[in-house]
Design a protein around this ligand. Structure first.
Ligand code: ZN
Length: 557
């Protein structure tokens, strides 16, 4: 067997479609019609079958008639009847009623299987069109090859031609080689070989694969696996065409493809055909399936038995990099107990912090039971919550720079309490960080608004938390303005007693030198005295916030 390595050689040696292939395209790709015309004088009906091309007569006066004969003679335009020459059920079309037959024009996509030896298979893919216009009842389809696949064991080449659809019709493009194995046609939401009017593409001469190295490629199993995989990974969207040509190409390229599908691990083949070969975990060129997953025989057997989906496979791979002898069953048990999201978090933490798996699981188990209380059995959601608390806690602890080398810090005795404390501490710390960004604005606001008359004073909020706290203490809704204040969309100010500046009193919202709102506890209105101060202060703001030069500021008192 000779393997061609250049596009030129491959294309030059590509087989042509034979009349037999063309007849198959006509038969398998297009809707069959029985065009007919009644000849009253001759007492017969004339037929043309578009599927087999036969022209024949049925006499009205025939002595013995079968049901088929009746159907052909009595049925009307758009009814169905069976062609006696080829045995196909076809739609009747009365010749003069079908007018110019324009609406009967069909475009179809085909994939012709053309082996040139046991170890070389060409797939010639293309578009075929059948056009009856001009009452050309016995027309043959015209076709054009738009993609050529060259399949040999372990070596595959793909050449595609794109059309220029600037006008209705085909204009030849040049063949080029795509960077990866692609499907021959743009995907549509039609199954490859399904309903008459909704087909994706049809294989022509599929059974010819039986005499080639691809005879064991389990396409039906692949289609089943693909549909299942699609619905488990693509929510909502319907599956559409099966990438069967890609499947054949990958089956030729990697001998493990066939084995994986037969072992019920079709997910990995589906992922491969969608351009995600997961090379981090899978060596597609490996000689056996277990070596492909870098597993020992017994490991692989466990994996194959317990495999459920990509989620547990990913968690298995994470944990395996920490604990090389981990069993797939153990991972499945963790996934079942904690659910995938939390299980993945645990796995990631264990990997990142190089923790002991057994100790960690033991700890989480214990905490989940403690949290649930005595004589109660934690459910999956309890385990999940515990795992999320713990992994969150570790994130907080990290940013707070806790000493995580200590066992009692890593696995706190009272998990919930440790989690909540750390969470609060992080909020405070975040507020500090936010203040860093807000500082410039804070300084400007201070210059413009901070002022005291000795009885009252105006203060600038120190950050988001300061405003949220004001809202909590005074039981009004200013907390909701915190973000906008920090971003400069509005300005929130605090009015306090000069002698008790810690005690929250009145909140003021301003825009420039206009007061929008001012409220005290539970939205109370300001008192006359407070109002007097506010008016004095805003007059000072309007006058340009002038301060005595020598004293630092009036409010520094
Ligand atoms: Zn026929």
């Amino acid at each position: 067997m000779r393997v061609y390595k250049t596009m030129d050689a491959i294309m030059r040696h590509a087989p042509e479609l034979t009349p037999d292939d063309e007849a198959k395209i006509n038969k398998d790709c297009f809707l069959p019609y029985l065009f007919f015309r009644d000849d009253r004088k001759a007492q017969c009906r004339e037929f043309v079958c578009t599927s087999c091309g036969e022209v024949f007569l049925e006499e009205f006066t025939k002595k013995i008639m079968t049901q088929g004969d009746y159907d052909r003679i009595l049925n009307k335009h758009n009814d169905f009847a069976v062609c006696p020459k080829c045995g196909r059920k076809a739609q009747l079309k009365e010749m003069y009623r079908a007018k110019d037959c324009k609406s009967l024009t069909e475009w179809r996509r085909f994939v012709a299987v053309k082996p040139v030896g046991a170890n070389t298979v060409y797939l010639l893919c293309g578009y075929a069109v059948k056009n009856y216009t001009g009452r050309n009842y016995n027309t043959k389809p015209k076709y054009d090859i738009s993609a050529v696949y060259y399949l040999t064991p372990g070596y595959v080449r793909v050449f595609r031609k794109d059309y220029d659809y600037t006008y209705l019709g085909m204009r030849d493009g040049q063949f080029y080689e795509p960077k990866s194995i692609v499907e021959p046609f743009t995907r549509t939401y039609a199954y490859n070989i399904s309903y008459w009017d909704k087909r994706g593409y049809s294989f022509i001469g599929f059974d010819r694969l039986q005499s080639t190295f691809l005879k064991y490629a389990p396409m039906d199993l692949f289609d089943k696996a693909y549909e299942q995989w699609w619905y488990s990974t693509h929510y909502r969207n319907s599956c559409g065409e099966f990438p069967d040509v890609k499947f054949l190409a990958y089956s030729a390229l990697y001998s493990n493809v066939e084995r994986l599908i037969k072992l019920g691990l079709g997910d990995f083949v589906c992922s491969l055909t969608e351009g995600r070969p997961m090379k981090r975990y899978i060596n597609w060129n490996a000689p056996t399936v277990q070596s492909m997953f870098r597993m020992r025989k017994d490991e692989f057997r466990n994996f194959q038995k317990a495999y459920y989906g990509f989620a547990d496979f990913e968690i298995y791979q994470i944990l395996r990099s920490v604990k090389s002898d981990i069993q797939y069953g153990t991972v499945k048990a963790i996934c079942e107990r904690y659910h995938y999201e939390a299980a993945k978090r645990i796995a990631k933490v264990i990997k990142a912090r190089k923790l002991n798996l057994t100790r960690t699981l033991h700890y989480l188990e214990k905490k989940a039971k403690e949290e649930k209380g005595p004589r109660k059995r934690p459910e999956q959601k309890d385990y999940e919550t515990t795992a999320i608390w713990w992994t969150d806690y570790l994130d907080f602890a990290e940013s707070l720079k806790y000493d995580l080398s200590r066992g009692d810090v890593l696995y706190p005795k009272r998990l919930k309490e440790a989690h909540d404390n750390a969470s609060d501490a992080v909020t405070v710390q975040k507020d500090k960080l936010a203040f860093e960004k807000y500082r410039e604005r804070y300084e400007k606001l201070k210059k413009k608004y901070e002022w005291s008359d000795g009885t009252y004073k105006i203060l600038i909020p120190k950050g988001i938390n300061d405003i949220v706290e004001e809202g909590k203490v005074l039981s009004h809704c200013v907390g909701g303005y915190a973000e906008r204040h920090v971003n400069g969309k509005t300005t929130i100010l605090f009015m306090r007693l000069a002698k008790e500046p810690e005690k929250r009193l009145v909140t003021i919202e301003v825009k420039g030198d206009t007061i929008c709102q001012n409220y005290g506890y539970k939205d109370r209105r300001v008192t006359e005295k407070e109002k007097e101060f506010i008016e004095k202060w805003i007059a000072w703001v309007r006058a340009g916030s002038r301060r005595p030069k020598k004293k630092k500021t009036a409010s520094a008192a």
